[in-house]
Design a protein around this ligand. Structure first.
Ligand SMILES: Cc1cc2nc3c(=O)[nH]c(=O)nc-3n(C[C@H](O)[C@H](O)[C@H](O)COP(=O)(O)OP(=O)(O)OC[C@H]3O[C@@H](n4cnc5c(N)ncnc54)[C@H](O)[C@@H]3O)c2cc1C
Length: 419
């Protein structure tokens, strides 16, 4: 909270609010509400995006305040990811601005290595977020021309209102778990958990587990369950592109980025699919039908990421991971699928992804879409809104997108800061 030394209580000086004293107490709860003026930008979220933006701002001489609901930086990585997780993409595509990964890190750093990198990042740029600060609303006050950002703090739920000129949304594409509502969900007797609660397969040994969702997380959790002697079944409802993580000795992602400079997307997609067929075989025979659009075209149009296989496909081929159709309903100890098959399960793991939480707290309906909580304008134009509002990390392009946003935002604010 050292960063607060540059904040000061407004006490009616800068914000002309006749009701200041009255506002000191929230009417509904009678809790004390403090109001603080922040001369620099307020950043909501201390994940990689928030940290990267704060670092880029600092490098340009602009001090910011980061508000974070958790009690640590990188809470997604520290608190909501499984043990065996590694970066899905090679490290050169995942480093944040101004600080490369240590040379000794492998091509795909482990979760712990990535966390330690983020810790060093925060230390290097002396970033000290205000933890346990959950932003519950943020609204532009056209009367005074500033953003009013309200948080509840800690278990006492003290309320603070931060007043600032620039608001940077860095709450991420994965802010809240997405939990589908299946018929019979209350009846199922075994545990139903989201992948954000899954650490490893230890407690599932010998158990029959249904993994719902066949993205990178669903595939990887299924593989992990196999390695812990569980019997996973993987629900594959839609079509999915599975690509090998590496091709021709290079990462598939790196190769694609390189080749996109010379080849049109559709041609490259055909090349990728040809290579994948050669390396992985016909995935449709395993119940994994490919979408009509190629992997890169699909990604650019819908943001849907192809699965980069790190061993799950081999387990599907040998029957260690069983592929099943969409769920019709859950029963006490079993699940009925849309093709009529009924099978018993001890537990269900939802690899159903996450969603943005921006519409729940940002009172603004122009820049961010109410529907999905992402900027309405697509990449690369979704980083700057109106009245000093910015978004970082909503590009559906992972940490590479974060770095691009962070630099642009910092540069833009620096110009205004000088003025
Ligand atoms: C399992 C997994 C693996 C991934 N692997 C890769 C990879 O290899 N390469 C890659 O490029 N990308 C990867 N990604 C995608 C993406 O890069 C990461 O999700 C990354 O953490 C995004 O950073 P972020 O800061 O935008 O969001 P987050 O890391 O989600 O950080 C957002 C922060 O905002 C906080 N917050 C949310 N709401 C509020 C609120 N109302 N008030 C205050 N604070 C709030 C959260 O607590 C959180 O700490 C992966 C994602 C997942 C889920």
């Amino acid at each position: 909270m050292k960063e607060y030394c540059f904040t000061k209580e407004v006490e009616g000086k800068r914000i002309h609010d006749n009701h200041f004293q009255e506002n000191m107490y929230s009417r509904s709860t009678r809790r004390r509400r403090r109001r603080l003026w922040v001369p620099g930008p307020v950043i909501v979220g201390a994940g990689p995006s928030g940290l990267a933006t704060a670092a880029c701002l600092k490098e340009r001489g602009v001090t910011s305040l980061i508000l974070e609901r958790a009690n640590c930086i990188a809470s997604l990585w520290k608190l909501k990811t499984y043990d065996r997780l590694r970066l899905h993409l090679p490290k050169n595509f995942c480093e944040l601005p101004l600080l490369p990964f240590p040379k000794e890190f492998p091509t795909y750093p482990t979760k712990q290595q990535f966390i330690s990198y983020l810790e060093s990042y925060a230390k290097q740029f002396e970033l000290e977020p205000a933890f346990n600060n959950t932003v519950v609303s943020a609204e532009f006050d056209s009367g005074c021309g500033f953003w009013r950002v309200r948080t509840t703090v800690g278990i006492k739920m003290e309320e603070i209102e931060y007043v600032c000129q620039w608001l940077i949304v860095a709450t991420g594409e994965n802010a809240e778990e997405f939990v589908p509502d299946f018929e019979g969900m209350d009846e199922f007797l075994g545990p139903i958990i989201h992948t954000s609660e899954y650490t490893n397969g230890d407690c599932f040994s010998g158990k029959s587990v249904l993994v719902v969702g066949c993205g990178n997380s669903g595939m990887e959790v299924s593989l992990d369950l196999c390695n812990h002697n569980a019997r996973p079944s993987l629900v594959v409802r839609d079509s999915v592109h599975v690509l090998p993580q590496e091709m021709l000795g290079r990462s598939t992602f790196g190769l694609s980025v390189q080749l996109l400079k010379w080849f049109p997307v559709r041609l490259l997609d055909r090349l990728l699919l040809l290579m994948s067929r050669f390396i992985l075989g016909n995935t449709a025979q395993l119940g994994l039908n490919r979408p009509k659009l190629g992997p890169l075209e699909l990604k650019s149009i819908t943001g849907k990421t192809p699965v980069l296989d790190i061993g799950a496909l081999a387990k599907i081929k040998t029957g260690k991971i069983k592929v099943v159709r969409g769920i019709k309903r859950l029963m006490r100890n079993s699940v009925e699928f849309v093709d009529g098959m009924v099978e018993s399960f001890d537990a269900i793991i939802l690899a159903t992804g996450y969603r943005s939480n921006v519409p729940t707290w940002l009172k603004e309906n122009n820049f961010f879409s109410e529907k999905d909580g992402f900027p309405s304008r697509p990449f690369p134009d979704g980083w700057r809104g109106h009245n000093g509002l910015y978004a970082v990390g909503f590009t559906k392009r992972g940490l590479l997108g974060t770095s691009m946003d962070a630099r642009r935002i910092a540069e833009d604010i620096k110009k205004q800061w000088k003025v």
